[in-house]
Ligand binder design. Sequence first.
Ligand code: NAD
Length: 312
Amino acid sequence: MENAHKLLDGRKIAGEMHQKISADVEVLGTDGWPLKLVSVSIGETDAARLYVRNQKRTAGKLGIAFEERDYPAEISESELLGIIQGLNTDPRVTGIIIQRPTPQHVSVRRLQRAVHPFKDVEGMHPSNIGSIVYEVPKMGPCTAMASVHLLKATKTPLQGLEVTVIGHSAIVGKPIAFLLMAEGATVTVCHHETRNLAMHSRAADVVFVAVGKAGLVTGDMLKPGAVVIDIGINQVDTPDGPKVVGDADFESCAETAGWITPVPGGVGPVTVATLMRNAVTAAQLQRDHYTSEFGTAHSVYAHLPPGSSGAG
Ligand code: NAD
């Protein structure tokens, strides 16, 4: 069968997003709101190092300052919560990124909850997740927002679309489902207890897969012409050495799919671009808050309103 799929090029789509973001960053800077992200890494993790490098490079390209902070694995959770409170009240900091994974004794959820919602560029604070459920998203979780952005780039009308989301994590699968319901799609969510995954994926016009299992979705599990958005990141050994692949078996899926994202080069770059777009939104929210509170857009040395739930 002829290989008729079209590649959803995440690098190209991210590049288009970058143009608008860097223009917004420039305007904010001229208005007295230069953007700065602070990345908090805890302990040595090679996986996080790669993410931080990508984030730093993209931030630099877009005129956003990026401060990398590395804390030792032994640091206590309460010390980290104190550090986050300091960043929340530092007017020079636009947004805070908590790199994962964290050591066992540090709850990433508790750290995310401590980040002020106006500085939550990862879109992980319960109030930002809640805004998605209420259909008023401000800063949504980056990977979920990026995955939906990629689907929209295919120009597929979303109203009434049959969508199957495989994986139901709080930061990827569930927010994707809510974002798509808001667009009028009919959404089925599958997870590790789902009895017949193929039955659900074959019925779908669009399949999102975010599980972390290489080869989970194969071409025979798809409706011909379906869109496949592959969010998984898996390192596999090949005769040519280690390789990063998604959750979809690219070769067989590309035979059946209408559109498919590559891994790497699909969801990843759009996720980083979404993080930067959230940084712009964070700066705008902070500027608008100070403007309405103090009557000037130049009060970068004021404090944020209460709103973070602290150690919660
Ligand atoms: P998670 O471990 O929190 O959740 C995994 C989900 O997969 C769960 O909902 C679980 O029920 C489901 N699952 C497990 N086995 C299954 C099976 N056999 N059939 C159907 N569902 C099954 O993972 P996560 O944080 O959502 O990440 C998922 C994947 O996405 C990982 O590979 C991760 O590396 C990747 N990821 C990519 C990005 C990106 O920017 N591209 C960002 C975040 C996560």
